[in-house]
Design a protein around this ligand. Structure first.
Ligand code: FES
Length: 248
């Protein structure tokens, strides 16, 4: 049996500095960084939705798509690592078109009628739509009326507003350690489920910490007792917790 150990040379490989171009700006970075991290460090904004600093990136929403010179493919900046000589384009008519289509399909897939949502005015999906200039939907709506789970004493899950970013799944698993949430189903039937499809209020492992609620980008997870446009999310706890853990 062989045992794998990290050699000094592999550690040196991890911190190797690379130079690349992002939107004609020459930048340097550590080779284990993602394009999104390096762009943010250099004040280059790439739109995101499923990404949340402090959680492992999933690369599922594809809003952060970028072009790489020499490749016909598009790459998710949050999960693509930089490499020497890379040329990244973060904004182009092609990227704007795809980002717009992705956001439009999210609106088509569920009921996001902002005017009656508790997160109206503070919703990341809504803000993204405004930023991308989405004023109307060009595709036929596909959503059925979905259930609202109000079984928890403090919180509510409205599947109609969920964009399946899995931030709730990841924060509950990676930070709180409770792993209440999972994703069940395929395609348009995908749903966030608590404890293998129990009503949220029946979950034995939920600690009622509210981390999932405050990290949810839309009005899918909210506090009970909030009316239209009243829900204020406070996701800042996550970078704070991460820094505190790193500093012990
Ligand atoms: Fe990168 Fe969602 S933010 S795929």
């Amino acid at each position: 049996m062989t045992t794998m150990t990290a050699s000094p040379s592999s550690a040196a490989h991890d911190i190797q500095v690379v130079t690349l171009k992002i939107d004609d700006q020459e930048v340097s970075a550590s080779r284990n960084q993602t394009i999104l991290q390096v762009a943010a460090e250099n004040q280059i904004e790439i739109p995101t939705l499923c990404f949340m600093p402090g959680l492992k990136p999933m690369g599922s929403c594809r809003i952060c798509l970028v072009e790489l010179a020499g490749s016909p493919r598009l790459f998710a900046a949050c999960v693509t690592r930089v490499s020497e000589g890379m040329t990244v384009i973060t904004d182009s008519p092609r990227l704007r078109k795809y980002r717009k289509q992705i956001v439009e399909l999210l609106f088509v897939e569920r009921n996001h009628v902002c005017s009656v949502c508790v997160s109206n005015g503070r919703c990341e999906l809504q803000a993204l739509a405004v930023k991308l200039g989405i004023t109307h939907i060009t595709q036929p709506y596909r959503y059925d009326k979905m259930v609202v789970d109000s079984s928890h004493d403090l919180f509510r899950l409205d599947h109609n507003r969920c964009v399946l970013c899995t931030r709730c799944v990841r924060v509950c698993d990676q930070i709180e350690g409770a792993h209440v949430w999972d994703v069940a189903g395929r395609g348009i039937d995908c749903r966030i489920t608590a404890d293998l499809n129990l009503p949220w209020g029946d979950s034995d492992v939920c600690t009622s910490c509210g981390k999932c609620v405050h990290i949810c980008p839309t009005g899918a997870l909210t506090e009970k007792g909030t009316a239209v446009a009243e829900m204020r999310k406070q996701p800042d706890f996550l970078p704070y917790l991460t820094i505190m853990r790193e500093n012990h």
